[in-house]
Design a protein around this ligand. Structure first.
Ligand code: ADP
Ligand code: MG
Length: 712
């Protein structure tokens, strides 16, 4: 066997052209990159018309003709040298912008990996000139030729001298598609410029927009009517964060197979994975699984706040206050979508049957079909209803038949004077939903026509949220923030939902780890935070047959879990007090929490916090009782805190449409996976205590499992 040669090899300095070629190969990775740079130059030169012609996906030919300023004759020799730029006099402002281009590197790089020809004419020149470049240098003298004002850049045989790069590229048609994407994006963003893209010798064009069109026009032409028809305008401005965002985003009725995002920062086409993820998670709340939105955003950030040195092609950027800015955009999108979704009609018709329905005998009289579908089941062998009514899994008796019968018996309410109205039916939207303006005039949302509404006023897609300068509220929100565990936040944020193990426990995956968490605790905390966030801005879920508070409180007192004892006083007296107390607070409850009580002391509406989410209505009686008994009404901060806690406790469990089986086949599992968890993922700030109290537990880690397998 040969001995390995131990002598060190001599270190040789690489030739400059080789260095430049390597550098160029890193910057210009494919035809679409080169095109992006060249388009930016055209726009920088003030062009209003840009025509792109390509052959073989840009590998054979990439020709860009513009009608911009042209290039001065004296610059011909240096225009393709590295670090030459005409954008110097405004270097201070353009520093950051220049870094998006390559500080005079684009043309230089291209000339190292392709045959480059420039034909250009300024307004002062008598005729146009044609110059050819090789490795950054002008070859021969510029040749006078015919031509109109502007510049034509011709790039031929890209990567002819970098075969490895050329071979690594996908097919010409794939490269052509990427070119279409780039031109399309630029055309949307620069609506006042006319773009065209065509293949050499083809008559038709792949992209064509006219100058002075609008962004909406161009989205319609380039992405189709389905995308363009219901776009929502997104606008965010925050002088503190030095950011201004304008955008057009698809609404809840649009669902694409893939996420289309057009992101421009300071008018440069870029990518930002965290922003994309954040938006996807917002849309996940509104769109069906596997469906994605269309988003166009143009951000303007103070140039010195942008860091482009993340990726060699500088497409992926980071910016100062990234989390805060992304959060702003995310919540603005969420608000707009929430408002837009009020115009959708909800197909759910959720019924807790009237008390009489709960009696099997009676149900036969009134028609079996209705009862079988709508009844809360009374069959003691049926596990579903038992689980549904139990408060904790741990305390659930092996057979909870007594409990369920108790509930049913207790709801028969013989003692009640008023007729029992236990039908909490959410009406389907039959009529026109009143405009937000109309509702604003009426003061309260009109519940008679819609099942779910939103308080924010929507005018041409812009939502005005009510702002409250309440110290107590700010403090509560601050407390949540201060108490957040960042690691857990990231775990939830980047987790994948695996499934519900039971009504109380769910599995999620984060990286290679599997976690089990206590759904009710997590959901309760989530809703608590949501109530603080949506303070004064909640939507409404109307109960079409409003139940009297008195009856609800009385029902709750009859339930074992609420632990009424004789020395508490007579039940009807307590129920009366509860009803009176809540009625006296009704103005505040409505204004801040969208909990509406009418003159007759009937509960008219409960808050809407998540679209498509209705809390477990079997808990409504307990909720009313707790609201009356567990809230600290006298101190403002404690009052808001305890109301939010009581509300959150009620909301932590979704209504089970399957059990009630009316108008929807979406059971609680579906709601947890598709409505609740995506929302938790997007915004929950997990408290530090959860690390140690068993709310979330790691149950497996792939590397550890491998270790176990290795031992076997
Ligand atoms: P940068 O854009 O960072 O200045 P480039 O290598 O892309 O660097 O371009 C170098 C210079 O060439 C530009 O500063 C500009 O003066 C000139 N230039 C390039 N393309 C055009 C064009 N289409 N129209 C007018 N001038 C151009
Ligand atoms: Mg440039």
């Amino acid at each position: 066997m040969d001995k390995p040669n131990k002598r060190p090899k001599n270190i040789l300095k690489l030739e400059e052209t080789v260095v430049n070629r390597i550098a160029a190969g890193e910057i210009i990775q494919r035809p679409a990159n080169a095109l992006k740079e060249l388009l930016e130059n055209c726009l920088d030169a003030g062009s209003t018309s840009i025509q792109v012609t390509v052959k073989d996906g840009g590998l054979k030919l990439l020709k860009i003709q513009d009608n911009g300023s042209g290039i001065n004759k004296e610059d011909f020799p240096i225009v393709c040298e590295r670090f030459t730029t005409s954008k110097l006099q405004k270097f201070e402002d353009l520093n950051a912008i220049g870094t998006f281009g390559f500080r005079g590197e684009a043309l230089a790089s291209i000339s190292h990996v392709a045959h480059l020809t420039i034909i250009t004419k300024t307004s002062e020149m008598q005729c146009a000139y044609k110059c050819s470049y090789h490795d950054g240098k002008l070859i021969g003298a510029p040749k006078p030729c015919a031509g109109t004002q502007g510049t034509q850049i011709v790039v031929e045989d890209l990567f002819y001298n970098v075969p490895t790069r050329k071979n690594s590229l996908k097919s010409p048609s794939e490269e052509h598609n990427r070119i279409i994407e780039v031109v399309t994006r630029f055309a949307v963003h620069n609506a006042s410029v006319g773009f065209s893209l065509k293949k050499l010798n083809d008559n038709g064009s792949d992209v064509r927009t006219s100058p002075n069109s609008t962004q909406e026009d161009n989205i319609r032409i380039l992405y189709g009517h389905a995308v363009a028809k219901d776009l929502i305008k997104l606008q965010v401005e925050d002088p503190g964060l030095k950011v201004k965002v304008n955008g057009l985003i698809s609404n809840v009725d649009y669902s694409g197979a893939k996420f289309t995002i057009l992101l421009f920062i300071n008018h440069r086409l870029v990518e930002s994975t965290p922003l994309k993820r954040a938006l996807d998670s917002v849309y996940a709340i509104y769109l069906a699984k596997g469906k994605h939105p269309f988003v166009y955003l143009s951000m303007e950030i103070a140039p010195n706040c942008v860091d482009v040195n993340v990726h060699p092609t500088k497409h992926e950027v980071h910016f100062l206050n990234e989390d805060a800015i992304i959060h702003k955009i995310q919540s603005s999108a969420d608000m707009l979508l929430k408002a837009a979704s009020t115009s959708r009609s909800f197909a759910v018709q959720t019924v807790i049957p009237p008390i009489s329905f709960l009696d099997k005998q009676q149900s036969k009289v009134a028609g079996a079909k209705v009862y079988d579908k709508q009844l809360v089941r009374t069959d003691s062998r049926d596990q579903k209803i038992d689980k549904f009514l139990s408060t904790t899994m741990e305390s659930m008796p092996p057979s909870s038949s007594n409990q369920s019968h108790n509930f049913i018996n207790q709801t028969s309410m013989e003692s009640s004077e008023e007729p029992v109205a236990a039908v909490f039916q959410l009406k389907e939207t039959e009529k026109r939903i009143p405009s937000e303006a109309e509702r604003a005039i009426q003061g309260v949302p009109d519940c008679s026509n819609s099942t779910m509404g939103h308080r924010s006023s929507v005018a041409q897609g812009i939502v005005e949220r009510r702002q409250f300068e309440l110290t107590s509220l700010t403090q509560l929100r601050e407390d949540v923030k201060k108490n957040t565990d960042q690691v857990l936040r990231d775990t939830f944020k980047d987790s994948i939902f695996v499934g519900c193990v039971s009504e109380k426990h769910c599995l999620i995956q984060y990286g290679t780890r599997l976690y089990i968490f206590h759904m009710e605790r997590v959901a309760e905390e989530f809703f608590y935070q949501r109530f603080l966030d949506e303070f004064g801005n909640c939507g409404v879920i109307c109960l079409s047959d409003p139940p009297p508070l008195y009856n609800l409180a009385l029902m709750a007192l009859d339930q074992e879990e609420n632990e009424w004892r004789p020395d508490d006083g007579p039940k009807d007296h307590l129920a009366n007090l509860a009803s009176q107390l809540l009625f006296s607070k009704s103005e505040m409850l409505d204004d801040y929490f969208s909990l509406q009580i009418n003159e007759k002391r009937h509960l008219v509406a409960i808050p809407l916090l998540l679209v498509d989410y209705i809390p477990d209505l079997t808990q409504l009686p307990s909720f009313v009782l707790r609201l009356a008994s567990d809230v600290e009404w006298n101190v403002e901060k404690d009052c808001f805190d305890t109301i939010c806690r009581v509300m959150a406790r009620f909301y932590r469990k979704p209504n089970n449409h399957e059990v009630l089986n009316v108008g929807s086949d979406k059971n609680w599992k579906w709601t947890v996976e598709h409505v609740l968890y995506p929302a938790i993922k997007a915004s929950l700030l997990p408290p530090k205590a959860w690390i140690n109290d068993g709310t979330i537990l790691q149950i497996a880690d792939l590397p550890d499992l491998y270790k176990v397998f290795e031992r076997c």
